[in-house]
Design a protein around this ligand. Structure first.
Ligand code: NAD
Length: 454
Protein backbone atom coordinates (compact mmCIF):
# COMPACT_ATOMS: atom_id res chain seq x y z
CA UNK A 1 0.00 0.00 0.00
CA UNK A 2 1.24 3.50 -0.79
CA UNK A 3 0.47 6.07 1.90
CA UNK A 4 -0.20 9.74 1.26
CA UNK A 5 1.91 10.76 4.26
CA UNK A 6 4.53 8.97 6.34
CA UNK A 7 5.45 10.66 9.61
CA UNK A 8 8.57 9.76 11.56
CA UNK A 9 8.13 10.61 15.24
CA UNK A 10 4.99 10.59 17.38
CA UNK A 11 5.55 13.68 19.56
CA UNK A 12 3.34 16.80 19.50
CA UNK A 13 4.40 17.54 15.89
CA UNK A 14 3.95 13.99 14.62
CA UNK A 15 0.66 13.09 16.29
CA UNK A 16 -0.91 16.48 15.46
CA UNK A 17 0.03 16.08 11.79
CA UNK A 18 -1.19 12.47 11.76
CA UNK A 19 -4.55 13.39 13.23
CA UNK A 20 -5.10 16.37 10.93
CA UNK A 21 -4.13 14.58 7.71
CA UNK A 22 -6.12 11.44 8.66
CA UNK A 23 -9.16 13.59 9.49
CA UNK A 24 -8.92 15.04 5.99
CA UNK A 25 -9.34 11.50 4.65
CA UNK A 26 -5.69 10.81 3.75
CA UNK A 27 -3.88 7.50 4.33
CA UNK A 28 -1.31 8.24 7.00
CA UNK A 29 1.33 6.08 8.65
CA UNK A 30 3.20 7.19 11.75
CA UNK A 31 6.40 5.57 13.05
CA UNK A 32 7.36 5.91 16.71
CA UNK A 33 10.27 4.02 18.26
CA UNK A 34 9.30 4.48 21.92
CA UNK A 35 5.95 5.88 23.10
CA UNK A 36 3.45 8.20 21.44
CA UNK A 37 3.62 11.70 22.91
CA UNK A 38 7.36 12.16 22.41
CA UNK A 39 9.62 14.04 24.80
CA UNK A 40 6.87 16.40 25.95
CA UNK A 41 4.50 13.75 27.16
CA UNK A 42 6.91 11.02 28.27
CA UNK A 43 10.08 12.71 29.52
CA UNK A 44 9.44 16.46 29.38
CA UNK A 45 6.58 18.88 29.96
CA UNK A 46 3.99 16.55 31.49
CA UNK A 47 6.10 14.45 33.91
CA UNK A 48 7.96 17.55 35.14
CA UNK A 49 4.71 19.43 35.71
CA UNK A 50 3.22 16.43 37.55
CA UNK A 51 6.21 16.26 39.91
CA UNK A 52 6.40 20.04 40.27
CA UNK A 53 2.75 20.11 41.30
CA UNK A 54 3.43 17.54 44.03
CA UNK A 55 6.42 19.57 45.22
CA UNK A 56 4.31 22.74 45.22
CA UNK A 57 1.66 21.08 47.41
CA UNK A 58 4.35 20.14 49.93
CA UNK A 59 5.99 23.57 49.75
CA UNK A 60 2.67 25.38 50.20
CA UNK A 61 1.76 23.17 53.16
CA UNK A 62 5.08 23.92 54.85
CA UNK A 63 4.83 27.65 54.08
CA UNK A 64 1.16 28.11 54.95
CA UNK A 65 1.68 30.14 58.15
CA UNK A 66 1.64 33.35 56.14
CA UNK A 67 -1.98 32.58 55.27
CA UNK A 68 -2.88 31.79 58.88
CA UNK A 69 -2.66 28.03 58.45
CA UNK A 70 -0.45 25.76 60.51
CA UNK A 71 0.15 22.24 59.35
CA UNK A 72 2.12 19.84 61.50
CA UNK A 73 4.04 16.73 60.50
CA UNK A 74 3.77 17.54 56.80
CA UNK A 75 5.56 14.89 54.79
CA UNK A 76 5.83 13.75 51.20
CA UNK A 77 6.25 10.38 49.59
CA UNK A 78 8.45 10.73 46.51
CA UNK A 79 7.59 7.23 45.30
CA UNK A 80 3.89 8.15 45.38
CA UNK A 81 4.62 11.36 43.44
CA UNK A 82 6.48 9.32 40.83
CA UNK A 83 3.65 6.79 40.66
CA UNK A 84 1.09 9.55 40.08
CA UNK A 85 3.33 11.10 37.39
CA UNK A 86 3.51 7.74 35.59
CA UNK A 87 -0.28 7.36 35.69
CA UNK A 88 -0.83 10.88 34.31
CA UNK A 89 1.59 10.16 31.45
CA UNK A 90 0.09 6.74 30.75
CA UNK A 91 -3.45 8.17 30.51
CA UNK A 92 -2.38 10.96 28.14
CA UNK A 93 -0.42 8.55 25.91
CA UNK A 94 -3.47 6.28 25.77
CA UNK A 95 -5.56 9.31 24.79
CA UNK A 96 -3.31 10.04 21.80
CA UNK A 97 -3.38 6.39 20.77
CA UNK A 98 -7.18 6.44 20.86
CA UNK A 99 -7.39 9.67 18.86
CA UNK A 100 -5.14 8.28 16.10
CA UNK A 101 -7.06 5.03 16.15
CA UNK A 102 -10.35 6.91 15.75
CA UNK A 103 -8.96 8.60 12.64
CA UNK A 104 -7.76 5.23 11.25
CA UNK A 105 -4.14 6.34 11.22
CA UNK A 106 -1.66 3.44 11.03
CA UNK A 107 0.85 3.54 13.89
CA UNK A 108 4.00 1.40 13.72
CA UNK A 109 6.14 0.94 16.80
CA UNK A 110 9.79 0.82 15.74
CA UNK A 111 12.80 2.77 14.49
CA UNK A 112 12.07 4.11 10.99
CA UNK A 113 14.82 4.68 8.46
CA UNK A 114 14.50 6.51 5.17
CA UNK A 115 15.82 4.14 2.47
CA UNK A 116 15.39 6.25 -0.66
CA UNK A 117 13.55 9.27 -1.98
CA UNK A 118 12.44 10.67 -5.30
CA UNK A 119 10.16 13.70 -5.74
CA UNK A 120 7.19 11.30 -6.10
CA UNK A 121 7.96 8.59 -3.56
CA UNK A 122 9.71 8.02 -0.26
CA UNK A 123 10.62 4.51 0.90
CA UNK A 124 10.96 3.88 4.62
CA UNK A 125 12.03 0.73 6.43
CA UNK A 126 10.87 -0.25 9.91
CA UNK A 127 11.07 -3.59 11.73
CA UNK A 128 12.30 -5.26 8.50
CA UNK A 129 9.36 -4.04 6.36
CA UNK A 130 9.30 -1.44 3.61
CA UNK A 131 6.67 1.32 3.41
CA UNK A 132 6.04 3.85 0.64
CA UNK A 133 4.55 7.33 0.81
CA UNK A 134 4.07 10.37 -1.38
CA UNK A 135 5.07 12.81 1.37
CA UNK A 136 7.21 12.41 4.44
CA UNK A 137 7.17 14.54 7.56
CA UNK A 138 10.19 14.43 9.87
CA UNK A 139 9.19 14.97 13.48
CA UNK A 140 12.10 13.15 15.14
CA UNK A 141 12.57 15.72 17.92
CA UNK A 142 15.72 16.30 19.93
CA UNK A 143 17.87 14.75 22.64
CA UNK A 144 19.80 16.17 25.57
CA UNK A 145 23.11 17.67 24.45
CA UNK A 146 26.17 16.27 26.20
CA UNK A 147 28.82 19.01 26.36
CA UNK A 148 32.49 18.07 25.88
CA UNK A 149 33.34 18.54 29.57
CA UNK A 150 35.98 16.08 30.79
CA UNK A 151 34.51 13.55 33.23
CA UNK A 152 30.90 13.49 32.00
CA UNK A 153 31.05 10.35 29.88
CA UNK A 154 30.35 7.08 31.73
CA UNK A 155 30.13 8.92 35.06
CA UNK A 156 27.36 7.29 37.15
CA UNK A 157 26.82 10.53 39.13
CA UNK A 158 25.72 12.36 35.98
CA UNK A 159 22.04 12.69 35.12
CA UNK A 160 20.25 14.18 32.19
CA UNK A 161 16.63 15.31 32.60
CA UNK A 162 15.32 11.87 31.57
CA UNK A 163 17.41 10.17 34.29
CA UNK A 164 16.21 12.71 36.84
CA UNK A 165 12.56 12.08 35.95
CA UNK A 166 12.99 8.32 36.18
CA UNK A 167 14.85 8.29 39.52
CA UNK A 168 13.13 6.22 42.18
CA UNK A 169 14.63 8.32 44.98
CA UNK A 170 15.41 11.96 45.48
CA UNK A 171 19.11 12.82 45.43
CA UNK A 172 20.57 13.90 48.79
CA UNK A 173 22.07 16.92 47.02
CA UNK A 174 22.33 18.05 43.41
CA UNK A 175 24.44 20.27 41.18
CA UNK A 176 22.68 21.47 38.05
CA UNK A 177 24.93 22.44 35.15
CA UNK A 178 22.99 24.91 32.97
CA UNK A 179 20.57 27.47 34.41
CA UNK A 180 18.21 27.39 31.43
CA UNK A 181 14.58 26.30 31.42
CA UNK A 182 15.22 22.65 32.30
CA UNK A 183 17.84 23.54 34.91
CA UNK A 184 15.63 26.07 36.72
CA UNK A 185 12.54 23.86 36.69
CA UNK A 186 14.50 21.00 38.27
CA UNK A 187 16.11 23.46 40.71
CA UNK A 188 12.56 24.39 41.76
CA UNK A 189 11.48 20.76 42.14
CA UNK A 190 14.45 19.72 44.26
CA UNK A 191 14.54 22.89 46.34
CA UNK A 192 10.85 22.64 47.21
CA UNK A 193 11.39 19.05 48.34
CA UNK A 194 14.28 20.09 50.59
CA UNK A 195 17.26 18.94 48.47
CA UNK A 196 20.31 21.29 48.57
CA UNK A 197 20.72 22.69 45.04
CA UNK A 198 23.64 24.37 43.29
CA UNK A 199 23.11 25.80 39.78
CA UNK A 200 26.11 26.51 37.57
CA UNK A 201 25.42 28.78 34.61
CA UNK A 202 28.02 29.91 32.07
CA UNK A 203 26.23 33.11 31.05
CA UNK A 204 26.06 36.26 33.23
CA UNK A 205 22.51 35.30 34.23
CA UNK A 206 20.24 32.27 34.47
CA UNK A 207 17.48 32.04 31.83
CA UNK A 208 19.57 34.28 29.55
CA UNK A 209 16.93 34.56 26.82
CA UNK A 210 14.32 36.12 29.09
CA UNK A 211 13.77 39.68 30.29
CA UNK A 212 16.62 40.37 32.77
CA UNK A 213 14.45 42.35 35.20
CA UNK A 214 11.94 39.51 35.41
CA UNK A 215 14.72 36.95 35.87
CA UNK A 216 16.38 39.07 38.59
CA UNK A 217 13.25 38.73 40.75
CA UNK A 218 13.50 34.94 40.56
CA UNK A 219 17.24 35.01 41.13
CA UNK A 220 16.89 37.17 44.26
CA UNK A 221 14.13 34.97 45.67
CA UNK A 222 15.94 31.69 44.97
CA UNK A 223 19.27 32.91 46.35
CA UNK A 224 17.55 34.20 49.50
CA UNK A 225 15.83 30.83 49.86
CA UNK A 226 19.22 29.11 49.83
CA UNK A 227 19.67 27.89 46.26
CA UNK A 228 23.33 28.36 45.39
CA UNK A 229 23.29 29.95 41.93
CA UNK A 230 26.64 30.61 40.27
CA UNK A 231 26.54 32.66 37.09
CA UNK A 232 29.43 33.51 34.76
CA UNK A 233 30.87 30.20 35.82
CA UNK A 234 32.51 27.62 33.60
CA UNK A 235 32.65 23.92 34.40
CA UNK A 236 36.26 22.86 33.78
CA UNK A 237 35.96 19.17 34.59
CA UNK A 238 33.99 16.68 36.63
CA UNK A 239 35.61 13.97 38.74
CA UNK A 240 33.07 11.56 40.22
CA UNK A 241 30.73 13.72 42.29
CA UNK A 242 32.95 16.79 42.19
CA UNK A 243 32.49 19.64 39.72
CA UNK A 244 35.48 21.94 39.18
CA UNK A 245 34.57 25.43 38.04
CA UNK A 246 36.26 28.66 37.08
CA UNK A 247 34.82 32.13 37.07
CA UNK A 248 34.48 33.69 33.66
CA UNK A 249 34.55 37.16 35.19
CA UNK A 250 37.79 36.94 37.17
CA UNK A 251 41.31 37.14 35.78
CA UNK A 252 42.88 35.00 38.51
CA UNK A 253 42.11 31.40 37.59
CA UNK A 254 44.91 29.86 39.68
CA UNK A 255 42.63 28.41 42.33
CA UNK A 256 39.86 26.33 40.77
CA UNK A 257 37.06 25.85 43.32
CA UNK A 258 34.94 22.72 43.31
CA UNK A 259 31.47 21.69 44.45
CA UNK A 260 30.23 18.20 45.17
CA UNK A 261 26.81 16.62 45.29
CA UNK A 262 25.33 13.15 45.10
CA UNK A 263 24.04 13.86 41.59
CA UNK A 264 25.03 16.21 38.79
CA UNK A 265 22.24 17.10 36.36
CA UNK A 266 23.51 18.36 33.01
CA UNK A 267 20.94 20.52 31.20
CA UNK A 268 22.76 22.66 28.66
CA UNK A 269 20.39 22.44 25.71
CA UNK A 270 19.11 19.88 23.23
CA UNK A 271 20.12 18.83 19.71
CA UNK A 272 18.04 17.71 16.72
CA UNK A 273 17.71 13.95 16.10
CA UNK A 274 18.80 13.10 12.57
CA UNK A 275 19.39 9.34 12.91
CA UNK A 276 17.69 7.27 10.22
CA UNK A 277 17.63 10.20 7.79
CA UNK A 278 21.05 9.55 6.24
CA UNK A 279 19.50 8.74 2.83
CA UNK A 280 18.24 12.34 2.69
CA UNK A 281 21.83 13.48 2.22
CA UNK A 282 20.79 16.51 0.17
CA UNK A 283 18.48 17.93 2.83
CA UNK A 284 19.52 21.41 3.95
CA UNK A 285 20.74 21.71 7.54
CA UNK A 286 21.69 24.68 9.64
CA UNK A 287 23.75 24.06 12.80
CA UNK A 288 22.57 20.46 12.88
CA UNK A 289 18.85 21.20 12.45
CA UNK A 290 16.62 20.84 9.38
CA UNK A 291 15.98 24.11 7.54
CA UNK A 292 12.29 24.76 6.78
CA UNK A 293 10.32 27.49 5.05
CA UNK A 294 7.26 29.27 6.45
CA UNK A 295 5.11 26.18 5.71
CA UNK A 296 7.63 23.74 7.27
CA UNK A 297 8.75 22.49 3.83
CA UNK A 298 12.39 21.50 3.50
CA UNK A 299 14.42 22.08 0.34
CA UNK A 300 13.23 18.64 -0.88
CA UNK A 301 9.78 18.96 -2.52
CA UNK A 302 7.97 16.14 -0.71
CA UNK A 303 9.78 16.39 2.64
CA UNK A 304 8.40 18.44 5.54
CA UNK A 305 9.89 18.80 9.02
CA UNK A 306 8.25 20.03 12.23
CA UNK A 307 9.16 20.38 15.89
CA UNK A 308 12.52 20.33 17.69
CA UNK A 309 14.29 18.75 14.68
CA UNK A 310 13.91 22.12 12.91
CA UNK A 311 15.75 23.87 15.77
CA UNK A 312 13.35 26.84 15.51
CA UNK A 313 11.89 27.14 19.00
CA UNK A 314 12.01 23.90 21.01
CA UNK A 315 8.51 24.04 22.50
CA UNK A 316 5.69 21.50 22.17
CA UNK A 317 3.13 24.16 21.21
CA UNK A 318 5.39 25.37 18.39
CA UNK A 319 5.73 21.78 17.16
CA UNK A 320 1.99 21.17 17.05
CA UNK A 321 1.30 24.51 15.35
CA UNK A 322 4.01 23.77 12.76
CA UNK A 323 2.31 20.43 12.10
CA UNK A 324 -1.07 22.12 11.50
CA UNK A 325 0.48 24.59 9.07
CA UNK A 326 2.50 21.91 7.28
CA UNK A 327 -0.48 19.60 6.73
CA UNK A 328 -2.58 22.56 5.55
CA UNK A 329 0.10 23.36 2.98
CA UNK A 330 0.45 19.72 1.91
CA UNK A 331 -3.32 19.48 1.40
CA UNK A 332 -3.34 22.88 -0.32
CA UNK A 333 -6.00 24.13 2.11
CA UNK A 334 -6.93 27.70 1.18
CA UNK A 335 -6.29 30.15 2.76
CA UNK A 336 -2.82 28.82 3.58
CA UNK A 337 -1.95 29.34 7.22
CA UNK A 338 1.33 30.58 8.62
CA UNK A 339 2.94 30.51 12.05
CA UNK A 340 3.13 33.74 14.02
CA UNK A 341 6.62 33.11 15.39
CA UNK A 342 6.53 36.63 16.86
CA UNK A 343 3.66 35.62 19.17
CA UNK A 344 4.77 32.29 20.65
CA UNK A 345 4.18 32.28 24.40
CA UNK A 346 6.65 30.53 26.68
CA UNK A 347 6.50 29.61 30.33
CA UNK A 348 9.12 28.61 32.87
CA UNK A 349 7.51 26.61 35.68
CA UNK A 350 9.54 28.02 38.52
CA UNK A 351 7.83 29.32 41.66
CA UNK A 352 6.83 32.03 40.87
CA UNK A 353 6.20 31.20 37.24
CA UNK A 354 7.64 33.26 34.42
CA UNK A 355 5.59 33.73 31.25
CA UNK A 356 6.41 35.76 28.23
CA UNK A 357 5.47 36.43 24.65
CA UNK A 358 6.99 38.59 21.95
CA UNK A 359 10.13 40.66 22.05
CA UNK A 360 12.01 41.97 25.08
CA UNK A 361 13.36 45.49 25.48
CA UNK A 362 16.86 44.38 24.50
CA UNK A 363 15.61 42.48 21.43
CA UNK A 364 13.76 45.65 20.36
CA UNK A 365 17.02 47.60 20.70
CA UNK A 366 18.89 44.98 18.64
CA UNK A 367 16.19 45.29 15.96
CA UNK A 368 16.34 49.13 16.16
CA UNK A 369 12.64 49.29 17.04
CA UNK A 370 11.87 52.30 19.25
CA UNK A 371 9.66 51.10 22.11
CA UNK A 372 7.77 52.37 25.10
CA UNK A 373 8.07 50.09 28.14
CA UNK A 374 5.29 49.86 30.70
CA UNK A 375 5.93 48.15 34.05
CA UNK A 376 3.76 47.27 36.99
CA UNK A 377 4.28 45.08 40.04
CA UNK A 378 1.76 42.24 40.12
CA UNK A 379 0.60 43.56 43.48
CA UNK A 380 -1.61 45.98 41.53
CA UNK A 381 -3.88 42.98 41.07
CA UNK A 382 -6.20 42.36 44.03
CA UNK A 383 -6.29 38.63 43.34
CA UNK A 384 -2.49 38.50 43.25
CA UNK A 385 -2.34 40.26 46.64
CA UNK A 386 -4.89 37.85 48.09
CA UNK A 387 -3.01 34.75 46.99
CA UNK A 388 0.69 35.64 46.85
CA UNK A 389 1.73 36.77 50.31
CA UNK A 390 5.22 38.24 50.37
CA UNK A 391 5.61 38.33 46.57
CA UNK A 392 5.71 41.44 44.38
CA UNK A 393 5.89 39.97 40.87
CA UNK A 394 6.27 42.10 37.78
CA UNK A 395 4.55 42.64 34.46
CA UNK A 396 6.32 44.45 31.62
CA UNK A 397 4.68 45.41 28.38
CA UNK A 398 6.69 46.43 25.34
CA UNK A 399 4.79 48.80 23.03
CA UNK A 400 5.86 50.04 19.62
CA UNK A 401 6.70 53.70 20.29
CA UNK A 402 5.17 54.77 16.97
CA UNK A 403 1.78 53.07 16.82
CA UNK A 404 1.51 51.68 20.38
CA UNK A 405 0.94 48.10 19.23
CA UNK A 406 1.80 45.42 21.78
CA UNK A 407 5.12 43.79 20.83
CA UNK A 408 5.84 41.81 23.98
CA UNK A 409 4.68 40.97 27.50
CA UNK A 410 6.94 39.54 30.21
CA UNK A 411 5.63 38.51 33.61
CA UNK A 412 6.73 36.87 36.81
CA UNK A 413 4.12 35.92 39.40
CA UNK A 414 1.63 33.08 39.85
CA UNK A 415 -0.32 32.10 37.83
CA UNK A 416 0.94 34.11 34.85
CA UNK A 417 1.16 30.93 32.72
CA UNK A 418 -2.64 30.93 32.72
CA UNK A 419 -3.14 34.38 31.24
CA UNK A 420 -0.13 34.85 28.94
CA UNK A 421 -2.34 33.56 26.12
CA UNK A 422 -4.36 36.82 26.37
CA UNK A 423 -1.11 38.70 25.74
CA UNK A 424 -0.28 36.31 22.84
CA UNK A 425 -3.63 37.16 21.34
CA UNK A 426 -2.79 40.88 21.53
CA UNK A 427 0.68 40.41 20.01
CA UNK A 428 -0.57 38.00 17.33
CA UNK A 429 -3.31 40.39 16.21
CA UNK A 430 -1.27 43.56 16.50
CA UNK A 431 -3.56 45.08 19.13
CA UNK A 432 -2.69 48.62 20.15
CA UNK A 433 -2.70 49.67 23.79
CA UNK A 434 -5.98 51.51 23.15
CA UNK A 435 -7.58 48.35 21.71
CA UNK A 436 -6.37 46.17 24.56
CA UNK A 437 -7.75 48.72 27.00
CA UNK A 438 -11.25 48.02 25.65
CA UNK A 439 -10.99 44.31 26.53
CA UNK A 440 -12.79 43.46 29.76
CA UNK A 441 -10.88 41.15 32.11
CA UNK A 442 -12.77 39.31 34.85
CA UNK A 443 -12.37 40.67 38.37
CA UNK A 444 -10.70 39.61 40.54
CA UNK A 445 -8.12 37.79 38.41
CA UNK A 446 -4.40 38.26 38.07
CA UNK A 447 -4.99 38.70 34.31
CA UNK A 448 -6.31 42.19 35.07
CA UNK A 449 -2.67 43.27 35.26
CA UNK A 450 -2.74 43.35 31.43
CA UNK A 451 -5.37 46.08 31.70
CA UNK A 452 -3.99 47.87 34.76
CA UNK A 453 -0.61 48.28 33.11
CA UNK A 454 -1.94 50.38 30.22
P1 NAD B 1 18.35 26.06 27.43
O1 NAD B 1 18.97 26.48 26.16
O2 NAD B 1 17.07 26.66 27.88
O3 NAD B 1 19.39 26.34 28.63
C1 NAD B 1 20.69 25.82 28.66
C2 NAD B 1 21.51 26.71 29.58
O4 NAD B 1 22.77 26.10 29.79
C3 NAD B 1 21.77 28.09 29.01
O5 NAD B 1 21.42 29.04 29.98
C4 NAD B 1 23.27 28.07 28.72
O6 NAD B 1 23.88 29.33 28.86
C5 NAD B 1 23.77 27.09 29.76
N1 NAD B 1 25.02 26.41 29.42
C6 NAD B 1 25.39 25.89 28.22
N2 NAD B 1 26.59 25.27 28.34
C7 NAD B 1 26.96 25.39 29.64
C8 NAD B 1 28.09 24.92 30.40
N3 NAD B 1 29.06 24.21 29.84
N4 NAD B 1 28.14 25.24 31.72
C9 NAD B 1 27.15 25.96 32.31
N5 NAD B 1 26.07 26.40 31.64
C10 NAD B 1 25.96 26.11 30.32
O7 NAD B 1 18.28 24.47 27.36
P2 NAD B 1 17.56 23.44 28.33
O8 NAD B 1 17.26 24.06 29.66
O9 NAD B 1 18.43 22.23 28.30
O10 NAD B 1 16.19 23.15 27.60
C11 NAD B 1 16.18 22.56 26.27
C12 NAD B 1 14.97 22.97 25.48
O11 NAD B 1 13.80 22.46 26.05
C13 NAD B 1 14.84 24.49 25.43
O12 NAD B 1 14.60 24.89 24.11
C14 NAD B 1 13.65 24.76 26.28
O13 NAD B 1 12.90 25.89 25.84
C15 NAD B 1 12.84 23.47 26.19
N6 NAD B 1 12.07 23.32 27.44
C16 NAD B 1 10.97 24.08 27.62
C17 NAD B 1 10.27 24.00 28.81
C18 NAD B 1 9.06 24.86 29.02
O14 NAD B 1 8.51 25.34 28.04
N7 NAD B 1 8.62 25.07 30.24
C19 NAD B 1 10.72 23.17 29.82
C20 NAD B 1 11.87 22.43 29.62
C21 NAD B 1 12.54 22.51 28.42
Amino acid sequence: MKYFLAIIGGGPAGYTAAEKASKAGKDVILFEQTALGGTCLNVGCIPTKSLLYGAKQYYNATHAQKYGVTAENVAFDFAAMQKRKTIVVRKLVAGIKARLNNEHCTVVNGFAKVEKRSDELVTISCNGQLYEAQYIMICTGSTNFVPPIPGIKDNPAIWDSTDALAAAELPKSIIIVGGGVIGMEFATLYHELGVPVTVIEAMPTILPNLDPEVVQILLDKYRKAGINILTNTKVEKIEGNEVFVSSLSEADQSNIPSFSAERILVSVGRRANLQGLEALNDIELNRGAIVIDEFCKTNLPNVYACGDVTGKIMLAHVASRQAEVAVGRMLKQIPLQRIAYNAIPSVVYTNPEIASVGITESQAAEMSIPVEVKKLPMTFSGRFMAENEGETGLCKMILDAKNHSVLGVHCIGNPCSEFISAASFAVRNGYTAAELEQVVFPHPTVSEILHEIL
